[in-house]
Ligand binder design. Sequence first.
Ligand code: SF4
Length: 351
Amino acid sequence: MKDIKDLTFEELKAELAEMGEASYRAGQIFAWLYHRGALSFAAFTDLPKKFRDELAAPYEISSLELYGVFRSQDRTRKFLFKLGDGSFIETVLIPAGARATVCLSTQVGCKFSCPFCASGLKGFVRNLTPAEMVNQVLFLKHHEGEPVTNLVFMGMGEPLDNFENLAKAIRIMNSTEGLGIAARRMTVSTCGIVPGIGLFKSLGLQVNLSISLHAVTDEKRTRLVPVNKKYPLETLIEACLDYRKGGGRKITLEYVLIRGVNDSLADADGLARIARRLKAKVNLIPYSLVQGLPYEVPAEDTIRLFVQRLEGRKVPVTLRHSKGTDIQAACGQLAGRPFNKVGVKATHLTF
Ligand code: SF4
């Protein structure tokens, strides 16, 4: 069976043309799937029964199975979903005032093995389909009643390593017939997959790009972000400059501050040099502890001095204290594990 939610609006129109159906039917189908959250073709009551049966023959309508919910004291919620093949993924909802940001996963596990991150601990399992990405947002929209305003592709996995499916999911969520989320309210984060940055530019959408930099020398970055061996800093910077020259939006550099590893003033100076070259802004994120990993949270004074050093070098910098650390929902903490089975306490868990 094919998943109808894997199709962009344009692809659905093409499929309908092959079936000899009018293209306006695509709008009706998208409205049922994305506005009303229908889970069966039988629910599409404004479509003729014969046509519904024709759709149901090759297609299914997928949804996610909720396995657990973890609620943080800061209102962040983490959702553990079980996929059809038994894999687990995690999605985080971060409400802040009138905004509700969803941090999406794009793969089960991750190939890139950054040693400070929980997502890569068990290696790579598989790419998520476009439908599995879109369903994370749909679930929160229809079951949590949250008007999702912003999306960040920063959950489990490396988005640009699953580019084709990512691009389809973005188009479905961006289209007015789909979820209608503005491209400027979406951010894709990459650990530095250089060919993927070129592909991302070719999307031609105003989606934001963020680079997980985390270190400013090749020696240190190869240790923290091993893909740096394949795409070293200068290659990555050149790709970012090309992206900007081609009309790409302002880049954000993500920098997780880890005690005694990348939090010195020399690191801050190197970061300032790269940020100024790229005319990028910097998001500083103090490390969030991951069970079993040897990295530590930096001291408050160190963080303050690091921020001041960047500001002194005229680099726009935002200090982001990760949300949801008490439920292991912060940056680098997502592992896709059924935590209850290994005894980690959640503030709330439902099945
Ligand atoms: S930081 Fe990103 S690229 Fe690195 S292991 Fe974690 S999910 Fe993968």
